[in-house]
Design a protein around this ligand. Sequence first.
Ligand code: DOR
Ligand code: ZN
Length: 425
Amino acid sequence: MTAYLIKGVSVLGGAPTDLLIRDGVVAETGADLAAGGATVLDAAGLVALPGLVDLHTHLREPGREDAETVESGSRAAALGGYTAVCAMANTSPVADTAGVVEQVWRLGREAGLVDVQPIGAVTVGLAGERLAELGAMADSAARVRIFSDDGHCVADPRLMRRALEYVKAFDGVIAQHAEEPRLTEGAQMHEGAVSTRLGLTGWPAVAEEAIIARDVLLAEHVGSRLHVCHVSTAGSVEVLRQAKARGVRVTAEVTPHHLLLTDVRAETYDPVYKVNPPLRTDEDVAALRAALADGVIDIVATDHAPHAVEDKECEWAYARPGMLGLETALSITLEVLGPRWDVIAERMSRTPARIAGLESHGLDPAPGVPANLTLIDPAARHVVEPGELASLSRNTPYAGMTLPGRVVATFLRGEPTVLDGKAVK
Ligand code: DOR
Ligand code: ZN
């Protein structure tokens, strides 16, 4: 195993220091460390963060390996500064058994670029009718702790209550895609002035807020952990704020795209902007940014949703919802929050690692800590070129945009997965 001496790096924005990485851990920190045979990396001007952790990634394997594989998605993640991702269950077959979650977990280990932690489905086939084998997935080699029907809402309140009760035994968490399906039938975009003007069926904010309100009450009643996926409205933020003030065990995520883009993008009819939940309004974006800064929203999660060309480059109504996110999330967050490295580490690494129970991730670089970290050049600006992404898909809404920051290197347990901005394998 190669040792690395990272010279003159700013850990979380602090004064420059050296980091010696050896045998998978940060062996030493301090000024002017001796290389002693380690490979020296000049990191002057770079910022070191704990490796990023994504709680919401769609890897598409098994079933849609043309859109993404565990390996291609892992490479995209590493290039984005991630050392761990949680893989959503809406694959084909659905990750609703121990067999499928173990398969995804094993593929992640074989790729060896990030830790891939499978998420299990809440209901069989994501059909919302019967609970999946939550216990068997939890006891499997994949050690599943997060369960989600993402892409679909667990709409039946009795099933949601049972799921919350079931996972309480092993301190699991139910990650809800909050969408009251009766309120979003046929929806194409956010319901508001723009949908009215375009004549497209709207997805009202209340369809999200009503489910979050119900579920925080259920989580409070059961005493179990709820995580809310991709929060997109100002009203949802207020529901969460009240629930947290009461001590409900609820956490919430926001996506980079909901922090940056609004429903006016739909005026282009370019399906790259079609996503579920949909892009909202300026007021929603402002509320989401404020909630991310003050902690009512706990984390940034990508909802990286790769889609094949034929599923995306078609008429708006027929296009699948979803956008790429892994390779741009850090830059978007930097754009939104500014260089507040401690807040970025909290929202993109420490807290997601804690929610997912990934004990070797989300730890600040310090002696003895597993060397899962990312080095960023905060001064670099880069233009997003879809053709240069490692993802097998091209559905990025940021094509041609100039974004701040660049991931220079990522280390997974002391081994570089990215060096000089390029994937090592
Ligand atoms: O836009 C989305 N795409 N939202 C979801 O909830 C699912 C995801 C997907 O799987 O493509
Ligand atoms: Zn979702």
